[in-house]
Write a protein that binds this ligand. Structure first.
Ligand code: IVH
Length: 670
């Protein structure tokens, strides 16, 4: 890489890190997961290692945190509060030890003090003459905040020491954290337990801090006059004698293999603990050696944090719930003991379907490994069958719908000649409560009627209140009653009324899509509406059930036709269409075609600024344009947003298709 590119890349990463530091340390509200943060930091350090000319005063190699918040008085730490470097695998650990041997210039047998790394907030407690005089936060490691009064509200922290052998002047350091069970009570307000602890600790009013139960575990010292301790483990032992809590899982291990084995074991045990841990800390137990090894610019040479894998965690299946979706699919969901996976608290994991449960033999009470990668819904990767109790029983998947009690079936797929993995409720209309609610949510969704004043939560509420049981009920809501409901007012009711009124004018395509017929998505709805032209033809068709004529439409096949037949074999679905057709202004495809984009086709790629894909498509359609999902010579415009797919742009260029931005599309529309 050219030096200029490297520098630019480096500066960008520093800027990003700074931004996230601010969110994390000052606002207690991180926007990225801890592992992504660690990755970013590692990338910067790596660049600095490979390109010696890189040097930035905001580099993570030079600082450990963010400057203290303006809310509190500043406190200069007598001994810097540094952070730990991280190890992720055996190799990192071997390197850590090798560096120690290099530094000491000989290979010696090392004992390690192994301590769970609680994911909380570090704090410094200064005791003079057995009294707590200052409680401070870490801040940027050099300067912290005085939070003595808040700290004094934590029951684990002794304000006065009773033990006779307590040093006259000592600064004790440890971790402030919230227990998982306490976090559950307040989880709606914070991203994770660490944030809850940090937020609570930084309350201006100590009474607010006291409301959230915080805990403290001590693990090291800062400034310490007349320190006669020889070993970290001796210090930990005395901390306990003096009345501090220490971690009961602390232990001494004597080589890397032991560390690795214990790490494996403890990583599995994580979920049994009542607090979040993100790894283990290994410290050279000999304090004299610690002294000799000293520090690099921001971390000790004598300690390392061996992190747990970030995107998976072990937990326990509490129960298996069966959710019923819009198309009647029964989806099993594992309710698990909440675990923090990469900074996010996970308490549900999808089990996909009946076959998946069978294949993995997932049972209630099982200890499982859960993975959360990217935006994917957390799922179970494996079951630890060795920990299974003898009385555990195979999970029996229900054969009747848990919502309406109807029979369920696994359909036979004529194409694959196999039975579907998914079991479905056969009551595929508004007779099954769960299906009905999901159908209503689909009806109002963006690509369907797009009633944005009526969100998913409101649909559920109005269902419970018996206001909406079928789609047509939306158009006869009693707004006077709604105005008097909790959380509603004239303004919000007006918004609702307006968005319902606006939704009444709808294209035939969107209308067909809004019915939520299985296998009839927005694209197929377009094919059908192009073919059938207007709503009265559509009604004739669903009454006569002559769906086989659709076989001529390119793109519509047996699967869709079977699904249409099935859907309209239910009389109530026919009457819903008829009722809606009298309430709505369903535009025929032809009448719809006189807008400014008439005869022009568009395709979108990349993220559009300030507008969703669905909305952009609808904008084109409203103006009589059409949208395509492939680049072909039939395409007129490719609208390109941020991070567009290169391949599509290249194809469009080759075919001589106009490539335009969202701004240019808007200009086309005046
Ligand atoms: S020793 C220089 N011991 O980890 C020594 N830290 O990344 C650093 N932590 O700020 C402190 N458990 O918040 C130490 N047993 C333990 C720890 C621990 C958690 C946290 C602490 C520190 C961070 C370092």
């Amino acid at each position: 890489m050219k030096n200029k590119t490297v520098l630019k890349n480096y500066q960008l990463k520093i800027k990003k890190l700074n931004y996230h530091n601010k969110l994390y340390f000052e606002k207690s509200n991180p926007a990225i997961s801890d592992s992504d943060y660690d990755k970013l930091k590692k990338e910067i350090l790596e660049l600095e290692k490979n390109y010696k000319f890189l040097n930035h005063n905001k580099s993570p190699s030079k600082k450990v945190g963010f400057k203290p918040s303006k809310l509190f008085e500043k406190y200069e730490h007598k001994v810097k509060m540094l952070s730990l470097s991280n190890a992720f695998d055996t190799n990192d650990l071997k390197n850590f030890e090798k560096k120690i041997f290099n530094y000491l210039d000989k290979k010696i047998k090392l004992d390690y003090s192994v301590e769970p790394k609680i994911d909380g907030i570090s704090a410094s407690l200064t005791y003079i003459n057995k009294k707590l005089t200052v409680g401070a936060s870490r801040g940027d490691g050099k300067i912290g905040e005085v939070i003595t009064e808040n700290i004094k509200t934590i029951p684990d922290i002794p304000i006065k020491i009773e033990n006779d052998n307590f040093p006259n002047e000592i600064e004790i350091r440890g971790e402030i954290f919230i227990r998982k069970k306490d976090f559950l009570k307040i989880k709606d307000n914070f991203a994770n337990p660490r944030n809850a602890a940090s937020g609570s600790l930084r309350q201006k009013d100590p009474k607010e801090t006291k409301k959230i139960p915080l805990n403290f575990i001590a693990y090291t010292f800062g400034s310490f006059q007349n320190n006669n301790f020889k070993l970290q483990s001796d210090f930990l032992r005395d901390l306990k004698k003096w009345g501090f809590k220490t971690n009961k899982d602390n232990k001494i291990l004597t080589n890397i293999n032991e560390l690795i084995d214990f790490h494996k074991e403890f990583e599995k045990k994580r979920f049994e603990l009542d607090y979040d841990v993100d790894g283990l800390v290994y410290k050279v137990n000999d304090l004299n050696l610690q002294n000799r090894l000293g520090y690099t610019s921001n971390s000790p040479r004598w300690a390392i944090a061996h992190k747990f894998s970030a995107d998976s965690a072990n937990t326990k299946v509490i129960k298996i719930e069966i959710q019923v979706g819009r198309t009647g699919a029964l989806t099993p969901v594992a309710k698990v003991e909440p675990v923090n996976i990469g900074g996010v608290v996970v308490s549900n994991a999808t089990l996909h379907n009946e076959d998946e449960i069978d294949r993995k033999d997932i049972r209630i009470g099982d200890l499982v490994k859960i993975e959360r990668a990217g935006d994917v819904i957390p799922h179970v990767i494996e079951v630890d069958k060795t920990k299974r109790s003898k009385s555990s029983k195979k999970f029996k998947f229900p054969t009747i719908c848990p919502s309406c009690g109807s029979n369920t079936i696994k359909e036979f797929n004529t194409v694959t000649k196999k039975y579907d993995a998914v079991r479905r409720c056969t009551n595929d209309s508004f007779g099954c409560e769960k299906i009905a609610i999901e159908k209503l949510k689909h009806f109002i969704s963006k690509e369907a009627l797009n009633i944005d004043g009526l969100g998913k939560k409101v649909v559920e509420k109005f269902w419970d209140l018996n206001f909406i049981k079928k789609p047509q009920d939306i158009f006869s809501l009693d707004y006077n009653i709604i105005t008097n409901l909790d959380g509603w007012g004239t303004q919000s009711v007006n918004n609702l009324k307006n968005s319902i009124e606006n939704s009444k004018t709808v294209s035939l395509q969107r209308f067909i899509y809004s019915l939520g017929i299985r296998h009839v998505g927005i694209e197929n709805a377009k094919l059908i509406s192009d073919n059938i032209k207007n709503i009265s033809n559509f009604i004739d068709l669903i009454k006569s059930k002559q769906f086989d004529s659709f076989l001529n439409i390119d793109g519509i096949g047996e699967t869709q036709i079977k699904s249409l037949k099935n859907f309209f074999s239910n009389k109530s679905n026919i009457s819903i269409v008829i009722e809606l057709s009298s309430l709505l202004k369903i535009q025929s495809q032809i009448l719809n075609g006189n807008g400014i984009l008439k005869g022009k086709s568009f395709m979108f790629t990349g993220k559009l600024d300030g507008i969703s894909r669905a909305e952009a498509k609808s904008l084109v359609e409203k103006n009589s344009g059409s949208t395509l999902s492939n680049v072909s010579k039939n395409l007129d415009y490719l609208v390109v947003g941020e991070k567009a797919t290169n391949k599509k742009v290249e194809q469009a260029k080759t075919l001589g298709i106009d490539i335009i931005s969202l701004e240019e599309l808007k200009k086309l529309l005046n």
